[in-house]
Design a protein around this ligand. Sequence first.
Ligand code: ADP
Ligand code: MG
Length: 246
Amino acid sequence: MTDEMTDCIIEAKSVIRKFGSGAREVHALRGIDLSVRRGELTLLMGPSGSGKTTLLLVLGCMLTPTSGTVTICGTSTSNLDKEALAKLRRDHIGFVFQSYHLFPTLTAVQNVQLALDIRGEHGRRAVKRSDEALARVGLESKIRARPNELSGGEQQRVAIARAIVANPSIILADEPTAALDGENGRTIMRSLADIAHERDRAVLVVTHDPRVIPFADRIVHIEDGLLADEAPGEIERLRPPKAVSG
Ligand code: ADP
Ligand code: MG
């Protein structure tokens, strides 16, 4: 494999996704070419209904494209069955959602452990790894708290710990700050940026929240199912002057 291929860990080529048929057909993605690289936090921005979630689900192998190809860490997903896709997801991808998706009856560390359970990893080692993942997002003091004892920002940090505990090379986050205030939103984005930079992962954050711009290495815009890549220098121009201090 060339360096270029290993740097680029998700690659979408000519991806089209339609929903429904006839008069009710919706053309959610209309020909997407996108490479998501490791070591970077990429923002996918666009208005409501522009196709952000659909693209995230296609890149994460949760939804098959109507046409076009998606390659994950060098493996084309085109001819894989459901089971093989699930394995590819388990091996390479961690998901973070707007609404956290935590189990209310489980503690923080038990919620994180679920991600190891489904990979067949149990016991003391799983608990230790889960504790470590929570520590990485600053929640070492809350490992036994249940979701209703945590703030929204803390719940989202548990969800991030769950996404990273199995050490995936790709993190996909759909509107992770949408339910959070400014301070909590910044904490979440800082964690996601650290994950991209320190651990050389590919992090893709889907958002329509301009407050997350200061944390981006790269911004891709989507409108009506089509992408427009940011011109070089554009992120600097968009970055509010004091944004990273708070
Ligand atoms: P965003 O996340 O940017 O708000 P989505 O990707 O959710 O946008 O949706 C893009 C378009 O596809 C919208 O017009 C939406 O209504 C449509 N769409 C998304 N999912 C479905 C679905 N499961 N069935 C029918 N239409 C859908
Ligand atoms: Mg969406």
